[in-house]
Design a protein around this ligand. Structure first.
Ligand code: AMP
Length: 546
């Protein structure tokens, strides 16, 4: 017997309908690319999104067509997402931090028909245009006053383009499993792979993100996604905030400490999210100016491991709750968040900081297991490392066009490529990417743990640990360090600071100081590039072993 409830497909544009009906006046504030602060609200966003849909429809864009966006977080980008979604087309967020060749590769692979772009990226697109045959029109997210002369095909200023539509248009309705959005993984090996979200997976993911034990998002929040809309589906926030009727603050292209602080303070942001690099810049700004964060209640930190020192600064110094989160493009992206279950709610001081180092527990909708290389499940004892595998309503089952082949195990779990422990209460802690694990004497050393410890040194800005070949142990850790501006320390200073805080055999065999550590387009340390730089490095412990 089937249930007798209504068939109400989970469609993303229903989110902006809900926001426009129940939270119409809620502000959406953006730092525009042209410079000034722009203010609108959900009622207006919906009206203009309908014009986007109507205008795309008139250009012949249909269900399933891909529309690329190459843009920072702004009200116009948000309107584009909902307009594209409401037509049944697919928003394809392109990461502008990729190399130009990768940008053209993914646009061609996705066969995007329209490109919606910020002014910032016109020079890049002009240099690539000859290689982008599928793009029929470039819509520049600006008004006619700021529209530069360009030879891009059918280029038009967004404001002029939507002015040609009156918004008298009805959203399309279709199956909830229809594709909604697309985002390519910034894989370090091989070509990027396309992850295709559905309306259903996006709606369920946004609901999950709002849970009290996830991001705890409500209509009383002012949410600032510093994480760009082109990074892993904006961690769901472009859908979650309107779904809950939370006000939105969009930072545009300025993510330096001063600019972020200005928005946090002027618009009384209660909740924000980004990768550790962004928070490093903010904390340095706060320290140098003596500023405080009187309105900010919580900050989601993910994308790479949140250093302990960062959690401590936010929590103890600024009274901001840190929610350490883990996820990936393939998971829409939320996989786990570190909020306190009753078993841990009374933790204080170092014990609490230790727990907040973990990437947390999965919300309803995500299942996890850790296995050995043969797929055998490993115990949840907080110590045993294994390959982290996931299954759930917003987890990918294959890549676009079948690239990468069959990616699920026989129980339907996806191998994340991360290595992790799980504790008895289901808290997961990432120890490494599988390919970055350091194998010393047959045992695994967690590079993330060592990195987190090293950045706790007051003079260290950034740290990365890689394995260097060793005649006796196979591999031993080398700690690579970037010092804070104007600071100096010796190898001994750094190692003395770390001694006694990790197992002796995990201690790096050497420390190398560099000016810069290479990063990927999503701000992660590029271990492969680093290993390449240090490929001929000889550890001081090598000779003794030979
Ligand atoms: P992306 O798809 O670009 O978001 O990258 C996903 C990958 O980033 C994951 O598989 C992890 O390796 C890494 N990652 C994300 N969040 C964290 C975190 N909190 N701690 C450690 N690694 C993380």
């Amino acid at each position: 017997m089937l249930g007798l409830m209504q068939d109400w497909p989970l469609l993303c544009h229903r989110i902006i309908d809900h926001a426009a009906i129940h939270h119409a006046e809620r502000p959406v504030i953006s730092r525009s690319i042209e410079g000034p602060i722009h203010k609108t609200n959900y009622g207006q966003i919906r009206k203009r999104a309908l014009r986007v849909a109507q205008r795309l429809d008139r250009d012949g864009i249909k269900l399933g067509d891909r529309v690329a966006t190459l843009a920072w977080n702004s009200w116009r980008h948000l309107e584009c997402w909902y307009g594209i979604l409401g037509l049944g087309a697919i928003y394809h967020t392109v990461n502008p931090r990729l190399f130009p060749d990768q940008i053209s590769w993914i646009i061609n692979h996705a066969e995007d028909r329209v490109m919606m772009t910020d002014l910032t990226f016109l020079p890049c697109l002009e240099s690539l245009a000859d290689k982008l045959p599928s793009i029929e029109r470039y819509v520049v997210l600006t008004d006619s006053a700021h529209m530069p002369a360009t030879k891009l095909k059918n280029a038009v200023a967004y404001e002029d383009w939507i002015a040609e539509a009156d918004g008298d248009f009805a959203w399309k309705t279709f199956d909830e499993n229809t594709a909604a959005g697309m985002c390519y993984t910034s894989g370090t090996t091989g070509n990027p792979k396309g992850v295709v979200y559905s309306h259903r997976s996006n709606v369920l993911h946004s609901m999950t993100a709002s849970f009290a034990d996830a991001m705890d998002c409500s209509s009383r929040d002012v949410v600032m996604p510093v994480v760009p809309m082109f990074h892993a589906n904006c961690w769901g926030l472009a859908l979650t905030a309107p779904m809950q009727g939370a006000a939105l603050v969009m930072p545009g292209c300025k993510m330096d400490g001063a600019s972020i602080y200005e928005l946090l303070n002027d618009y009384r942001v209660t909740f924000t999210a980004a990768v550790p690099t962004v928070w490093l810049m903010l904390l340095q700004y706060l320290e140098s100016t003596g500023s405080k964060l009187p309105y900010l209640e919580r900050v989601v930190i993910g994308g790479s491991a949140c250093p302990r020192a960062m959690t401590q600064k936010f929590e103890d110094h600024y009274g901001v709750r840190v929610i350490h989160a883990w996820g990936m493009t393939e998971m829409s992206p939320l996989g786990s968040l570190c909020t306190l279950k009753p078993e841990y709610a009374d933790l204080q001081g170092d014990a609490k900081l230790d727990l907040l180092q973990k990437q947390g527990h999965p919300p309803f909708g995500v299942e996890m297991k850790i296995t050995d290389d043969n797929g055998k499940e490993l115990p949840w004892d907080g110590k045993t490392f294994g390959r982290l595998k996931v299954r759930g309503a917003s987890v990918t089952k294959s890549y676009y066009k079948g690239d990468g082949g069959d990616i699920l195990d026989d129980q339907g779990f996806f191998d994340t490529g991360d290595v992790a422990t799980m504790d008895r209460y289901g808290y997961m802690q990432i120890t490494d990417r599988a390919k970055d694990v350091i194998k010393s004497g047959g045992e695994w050393i967690s590079s993330i743990d060592i990195e987190n410890l090293a950045v706790g040194h007051p003079k260290v800005a950034e740290a990365a640990v890689i394995g260097i070949r060793h005649p006796k142990w196979d591999e031993r850790p080398l700690l690579v360090i970037v010092m804070k501006k104007g600071e100096k320390a010796s190898k001994k200073d750094i190692l003395d600071f770390m001694a006694g805080k990790i197992a002796k055999w995990w201690m790096p065999d050497d420390v190398a100081f560099v000016d810069e550590i290479p990063h990927t387009a999503t701000g992660k340390i590029q271990k492969m590039a680093l290993r390449d730089i240090f490929k001929d490095y000889v550890l001081p412990t090598t000779e003794a072993a030979e």
